[in-house]
Design a protein around this ligand. Structure first.
Ligand SMILES: Nc1ncnc2c1ncn2[C@@H]1O[C@H](COP(=O)(O)OP(=O)(O)O)[C@@H](O)[C@H]1O
Ligand SMILES: [Mg+2]
Length: 389
């Protein structure tokens, strides 16, 4: 095994037993009709949890997991979302139906082969026709995308009904669907509303979602009064505990490290698995028998200066000039309260307040109490500190 920046599953997946077991047990319980809403900062391991859940449920009798990530869409458009969701649903069900082809391959088949394939599958004629219709929607005239969304969810419902299963949709980074466009116009909000209403009516489809910013997740999915809210179990995904930081390193390092070194990795990474993986990768390249604390410090500094800059520069550039100034001041002077930030910037606190609010919406800061903030990602803070001092 080795360190990776991609989501992990199976043997590479460390810890998280409680949440994975809870999700699986809940989804598999025929008496319960609840999905999950996972939130936690970027790189903390949400996708990995969904993908591990999917791996563990694959081939399970009752639940068919379907995973899609809103960040994986090649374009933020409604047709692209429908295409990705449709393919994921068909691909998840194809083993159950004895279909030899994936959705994209089915699409390429000449119509005669396509129909023969459907005939030889264990599938009712109507459902086969539904699949054909939805695969070939591109050939329709004047496509009604609103209706098409219904069709995709109906397909999931009907596939589940016919195979006596439950379809568990896992929609990663769900709040990003708010960005979806149709013919250049933003239609994300009604689409999300629509998905919520659809979910209320389905008996065999359960949606679980994830999001990186609690506030945004609340806004799109959990806001009071929505029935969706009552169907979601909200769980925060937190960084790893020190023992699991150690385990992750130990299992991938291919060498030893001192106990101090493990502690330092945990401290520097804040237990966020992405940074543990990144530090581990640098340490592994050293090919040393025993890693010590200085090795860790050096590895982390190199990471911050190289990959850190690649990762964070982008995030930093998306901020307005004033917002940049604020986060730079906070990181350089280690000031976290509205009054102290304002004083350090020689500004009126009232002026700064609005910007702090926006920085919270953007998932850069978290409000800890009245007028008190901290960085959502402590490593971003360290990067800013390195860059500004
Ligand atoms: N349970 C885990 N065990 C080991 N590595 C993990 C675990 N969860 C996440 N990682 C690592 O952390 C990084 C971010 O994981 P990911 O699941 O993509 O996080 P998120 O979806 O929250 O941004 C990846 O490099 C992944 O390999
Ligand atoms: Mg993710």
């Amino acid at each position: 095994m080795t360190f990776t920046m991609l989501p992990v599953k199976g043997k590479n997946f460390i810890d998280r037993k409680e949440i994975v077991t809870e999700i699986i047990n809940t989804l598999c319980d025929k008496q319960i009709f609840m999905g999950f809403a996972l939130y936690g900062i970027r790189r903390v391991g949400k996708s990995s949890i969904f993908i591990e859940v999917q791996r563990r449920l694959d081939g399970n009798g009752f639940v068919v997991p379907v995973y899609v990530n809103a960040w994986d869409l090649t374009e933020e458009t409604v047709p692209e979302f429908i295409r990705v969701l449709r393919n994921a649903i068909i691909d998840a069900y194809s083993p159950r139906l004895g279909l030899k082809y994936k959705a994209e391959e089915l699409l390429q088949l000449p119509i005669k082969f396509f129909r023969d394939t459907m005939k030889s599958a264990t599938i009712s004629v109507t459902l086969g026709e539904d699949i054909e219709a939805i695969l070939k929607w591109g050939e329709r005239e004047g496509i009604d995308y609103n209706h098409l969304i219904d069709e995709v969810f109906n397909l999931a419902e009907n596939l589940a009904k016919e195979t006596d299963t439950r379809c568990a949709l896992l929609i990663d980074e769900f709040p990003s669907l708010i960005e979806l466009k149709l013919n250049g116009k933003k239609v994300g909000e009604p689409i999300i509303k629509k998905i919520r209403t659809i979910q209320e009516r389905k008996k065999h489809v359960i949606i679980s979602i994830s999001g990186s910013i609690r506030k945004t997740l609340d806004l799109v999915a959990i806001s009071s009064g929505s029935a969706f809210y009552k169907q979601l179990i909200l769980r925060e995904i937190k960084p790893l505990e020190p023992e699991y930081t150690k385990k992750l390193i130990k299992e991938n390092l291919g060498g030893e490290a001192t106990n101090d070194a493990y502690d330092r990795i945990h401290e520097l990474s804040s237990g966020i698995p992405f940074y543990i993986q990144a530090i581990g990768k640098k340490l592994r390249e050293l090919k040393k028998d025993i890693i010590n604390i200085e090795d860790v410090d050096n590895a982390f500094d190199t990471f911050l200066g190289e990959e850190g800059t690649l990762i964070f520069r982008q995030q930093f550039k998306q901020l307005s000039p004033k917002e940049r100034l604020i986060v730079k001041t906070m990181a350089r002077n280690e000031v976290y309260s509205l009054s102290k930030i304002a004083r350090a910037m020689k500004e009126n606190p009232t002026n700064i307040g609005w910007f702090l609010n926006d920085l919270e919406d953007k998932g850069v800061l978290i409000k800890e109490g009245p007028g008190r903030y901290r960085f959502m990602d402590p490593i971003f803070k360290k990067w800013l500190h390195q860059k500004t001092s």
